[in-house]
Design a protein around this ligand. Sequence first.
Ligand code: MFK
Ligand code: FAD
Length: 520
Amino acid sequence: SKPFFQEPPKLPPNTFRTDKLLQKFLLSVLPKNIQKDIFGHLDYVGGQVASTLLDWAADCEANEPFHVPFDAWGKRVDRLVLSQSWSKLEGFAAENGLVSIAYERKFGCYSRVYQMALLYLFAPSSAFVSCPLAMTDGVARALEIHGDKDLKERVLPHLISRNPGEFWTAGQWMTEKTGGSDVSQTSTVAIPDIAEESEFGATHSLYGVKWFASAIDSNIALTLAKTQGKEDLDTRELSLFYVEFRKNKNDCLQKIEILRLKDKLGTRALPTAEIKLNGTPARLIGREGRGVSNISVVLNITRIYNAVCCVAHMRRSLDLLEDYLKKRRSFGNVIFHHPLQYRVLRNLEITYQRSFLLTFFAAFLLGKEENGEASGEECMLLRMITPLVKLYTAKQVIVVSSEVVESFGGAGYIENTGIPRLLRDAQVYAIWEGTTNIMCLDILRVFAKYSSSRSVLLRNLSENGSKLSLGETWKKKYNELEYLLESQDITSSSMQSKGRRIAFLMAFLWSEILLAKYHM
Ligand code: MFK
Ligand code: FAD
């Protein structure tokens, strides 16, 4: 008899055309003229990510970045070797406006939805170029808000350029050995003493070690340090600094040593380094001592990127699985049609839909806020939904990816099917940009800081819940959330221990509303 070979999973030729939820959402939210303007572009990107970009991403995964500390003669060079395809992916992102669309603001408050829809298509074929894009966008926003005019004029045109030759990417160096969640123990110092004039108006020299620095091929970064005066050597609060360390991608680093690249569980195409700042010239951004608050502008953007990338990862995993299960047979039928497996797939789809709708609702609110069109209540909802979507989607992408690996059977565990990477790469989203617990505590921080925030949330949920006539389960969970939020001391130990319950109730209640609203 003929030997048996299983047909491998295949992506559809255009991931925009087959994405019913994305299309339905865009058709519901965007005005007709904007739909007309952008659908052609989304369709183009949907085709590219399922063809050319897949090859580039595979090349990046097959040729992982490496670090060459010294040249043949012992001179320190800290050369970074990256696959050619990494820069092709960055170039594609620049040309297609993956960052710039949010700043050109041609589509007003809808610009963010458009940009995030592109990111959603792009991310699963990007080998984590999505990571520098997230940080570039966050840094652009922080400079827009806190940067001096001359610095904005110098840097922003690069960060939002559509020309790959001009496009700069940015890093975000916060984590030190002592802690990434709690950065208050940061030991990097900033001395207001610069050896020579810099083109970007450096005000300080930085000394310290940053323990995680992703996309170390970037051009610039924002980082945190404690300032030291010459006479007054008291350590003060953290301040935010701008560092410009590479004009062109192949330049050697000045006064920064790459100690080594991290050997990571996933995100292996992304160069993440430990670095030593050796008197690195840096420019103070915003007020001294306001570093944590100022860098949170970056965090609130990258956390929405994180959520979009999680949802995109779920969609890609489910697309591959559905195709596979429609071909693979057991017990006389294709596995897709076995009732139990079908139920598993349906549940995963609903998890994905909840995640998608919450995330794109956050993106919509972000666009409104940036265009000055959000009401006070909407700004508050955005502030709390940002950590919520970050934590919720990052947890769900692990659940979905794990189930997808299992649904591929043994093939799901074999490296060269490409499936195990889905699970390895899924784990990172819950760690970087703030862990799940830290996101729960951030939600409690909002409740503690803004006295009306709890009533704004509860009113928004209850009004929508009644309008959409949501059932008994919804009401029971709403009552539980209302009860939990009655506490006087929202940041007490007892409230902290309920942080996850509160967050997951919020995610359930909000996503039920969105599912009903979009008739899913
Ligand atoms: C693929 C897509 C994603 C790509 C990822 C890129 C690669 C990965 C890069 C990284 O992982 S970068 C490192 C990310 N690190 C974190 O996310 C840090 C996690 N820790 C936190 O988020 C802590 O909450 C934080 C360090 C920000 C603050 O902790 P503290 O020291 O307890 O802060 P505190 O004293 O409560 O807040 C200081 C100020 O900041 C307060 O303002 P005021 O001084 O005016 O009162 C806070 O309200 C404000 N703040 C804190 N978080 C905020 C915020 N404001 C707005 N939004 C926030 N999220
Ligand atoms: P810790 O802060 O030690 O936390 C350990 C555990 O304790 C966590 O699960 C946390 O949730 C929990 N925890 C801590 N405090 C509390 C609390 N108060 N209540 C309850 N639970 C708590 N950082 C950068 O700055 N720039 C980068 O470019 C960067 N890239 C990264 C790339 C990768 C692939 C990874 C994995 C990490 C990267 N990071 C980067 C670091 C990342 O942001 C940190 O690892 C993360 O913020 C957690 O910090 P930590 O590792 O010090 O863990």
